[in-house]
Design a protein around this ligand. Sequence first.
Ligand SMILES: Nc1ncnc2c1ncn2[C@@H]1O[C@H](COP(=O)(O)OP(=O)(O)OP(=O)(O)O)[C@@H](O)[C@H]1O
Ligand SMILES: [Mg+2]
Length: 246
Amino acid sequence: MKDKLDHSIDIATKEYVDALLGLSETMFHDFKNILAIISGLSQLSVLDATSPVIKENLNTINKAALDCKDIIDKFYSFINGYNSEYKEDRVFGNIVLNSLDMVKHKINSVAEQDNRIELNLSINSLSKVYCNEYRIRQALLNILINAIDAMEEDGGVLGISLYERVGRIFLEIWDTGIGISDENIDKIFMHKFTTKGVNGTGLGLKISKDIFEDHGGSIFVLSKQNVGTKFTIVLPISETGLIDTL
Ligand SMILES: Nc1ncnc2c1ncn2[C@@H]1O[C@H](COP(=O)(O)OP(=O)(O)OP(=O)(O)O)[C@@H](O)[C@H]1O
Ligand SMILES: [Mg+2]
């Protein structure tokens, strides 16, 4: 009964969010057209204006219109992040660094408890991956947070290594935390498998795996209890992205 209820709430929420997204897309489009008119006409009028004050005002109007367009572009790509169909060429290393920034507070909070987490970072790729940046970041955050969780008690080293081989990007995220038992290693990508009790939903790795596979990639794990864990993510480099970096 509860599952059924959750499901209908999910559907209602999704329909509502889809309607909002559709509305915002139309709004962004109309706003951009209006801003293009304001910016274009103010630029043209500067050429004919004789008064220095009017010239300055027109330049300010033009700049304000361009700033406004920037804000709309940012908001638009943020909204598109929720649309799993939306993909573009992005430098993968930047997504990794952004994701790391987002978990720094968690690394620091472990450090405050005297269990230092040392960072071992090596980024050796500038290539682009054709992806939905927001979903990839969500997947990376899940793995980074798991690694930090695994070192919460005793601290340790969080390793991030990015490199490329024959048209593919390899990202290794490793930790020297509690590790995963042989018994559990085959279950960690399963829906709702968690060893964290009420602190975990067991959805993180399943969602991450689906996201990487949806991008033509894959994820592998190696782990030894009380030694640590290494996740390796492999993704295809975008063909245009590769040309860009040559
Ligand atoms: N780096 C790691 N070190 C040790 N165990 C790990 C690591 N990563 C994942 N695991 C194990 O895999 C399980 C599943 O991970 P998953 O991210 O799917 O769920 P979770 O972290 O338990 O909950 P959440 O939904 O909040 O992410 C974890 O409960 C943990 O037992
Ligand atoms: Mg998790």
